[in-house]
Ligand binder design. Structure first.
Ligand SMILES: *Cc1c(COP(=O)(O)O)cnc(C)c1O
Length: 360
């Protein structure tokens, strides 16, 4: 049976990215040696590294005054690396979920943290909009897509101070005006690759701007030295995750780039949200205007709660994988990242309709 993969991360990847990784593991770049067995200083690898940076720049239209590099440690490492590098006295955070909360917690090791607004009162089902960004903070940190709750900040906000964004789960899903941000980071494993590599986009004047004595690996400037061939190569880079990311970005480019992804993502999300709103068995959990294009969260409608396990089993029999909601929200979550095909969303919608008919 065909499987429809709605996992929240790690999650579905473009088939061609997976296939070419398998081939590269057998024989990298026609060298007769596998990707996992070469030196990261071989010219073939240096080319992949340079192309990966180039693809990021091209697809997201990243201006020259920004550095782009890749490191290990996941977005969770950035939670402390951001304040280590950028927090002098005070930082401001928008608390839109547990990832945002975890990011703020790490910042407290380095200085004062002001939570400008939080939607914890309603289990993060909305994005707070009525808040003031303190002018005296060193930066303002946001989480653009809240993977667990299915809410998303759909626009690049205007921010009078340095804006830092965790875009782990919506990077490359829509065009971004990079100039509005001081820094953008995230784990690759939601929308641009497998687990094991983290992307960092940072305005060059912020590199090495810290007054704090930093460990070499923590200091952002280490990962983007003058000499291009040493970028993302201070230590041994995670070659396999980077290779899969490289192939994923090539796939995005072949399909027409981020604008095309955005169009496809809007279509997929609309299909599923329309069904949730129409179907008498289910209700969405996020406030409509803040609904994420990436993670669609829903629960059984009032009075139908007892049917939840039955729907899980019903959907599983029809090939649906990974639709269980995060434990803090319950119910269902379907993640519709770039590589999730429209056919999978159509299959889920059909499954929901079938289930409704069965219980009429
Ligand atoms: C998954 C996720 C993280 C954690 O990423 P790791 O790479 O596992 O550390 C952080 N922020 C957001 C928004 C996420 O979705």
């Amino acid at each position: 049976m065909k499987k429809h993969n709605f996992n929240a991360g790690p999650c579905v990847l473009p088939r061609q990215a997976v296939e070419s990784a398998i081939e590269a593991i057998r024989d990298f770049d026609g060298t007769g040696i596998g990707l996992l067995e070469i030196s990261h200083r071989t010219p073939g690898w240096e080319r992949i590294m340079a192309e990966t940076e180039q693809l990021w720049r091209e697809l997201l239209n990243i201006p020259e005054e920004y550095a782009v590099f890749f490191v290990g440690g996941g977005a969770s490492t950035q939670f402390f690396q951001v304040p280590a590098n950028l927090l002098k006295n005070k930082a401001a955070y928008l608390q839109t979920g547990v990832w945002a909360k975890k990011a703020a917690k790490e910042a407290k090791y380095y200085g004062d943290v002001e939570i400008v607004a939080s939607s914890e009162d309603k289990n993060y089902t909305y994005i707070p909009k009525d808040y003031t960004i303190p002018a005296d903070a060193d930066y303002f940190h946001i989480t653009t897509n809240n993977t667990i709750y299915g809410t998303e900040i759909h626009e690049d906000i205007d921010c009078p101070i340095t804006l830092v964004a965790d875009m782990s789960s919506d990077i490359m899903s829509r065009p971004v005006d990079v100039k509005k941000y001081g820094m953008i980071y995230g784990g690759a494993q939601k929308n641009v690759g497998p687990a094991g590599v983290t992307f960092v986009i940072i305005r060059k004047d912020l590199l090495g701007s810290s007054e704090r004595k930093l460990q070499t690996m923590v200091d952002y400037s280490t990962h983007y030295p003058e000499e291009a061939r040493n970028r993302s190569m201070f230590n041994t880079p995670p070659v396999l995750p980077i290779f899969v990311m490289h192939e994923t970005l090539k796939w995005v480019k072949e399909l027409g780039g981020v604008e095309v992804m955005y169009k496809m993502n809007k279509e997929k999300a609309e299909l599923l949200y329309n069904e949730i709103d129409r179907n008498s068995m289910f209700v969405g959990t996020a406030v409509k205007e803040d609904r994420s294009l990436m993670n669609v969260c829903f629960v059984m409608a009032p009075g139908k709660e007892a049917l939840q396990d039955e729907f899980f089993a019903f959907a599983k029999e029809r090939g649906m994988v990974g639709i269980k909601g995060h434990r803090s929200v319950g119910g269902f979550r379907a993640s519709l990242y770039n590589a999730c095909p429209k056919e999978s969303v159509e299959a889920l919608v059909a499954c929901m309709q079938e289930f409704e008919n069965l219980h009429k």
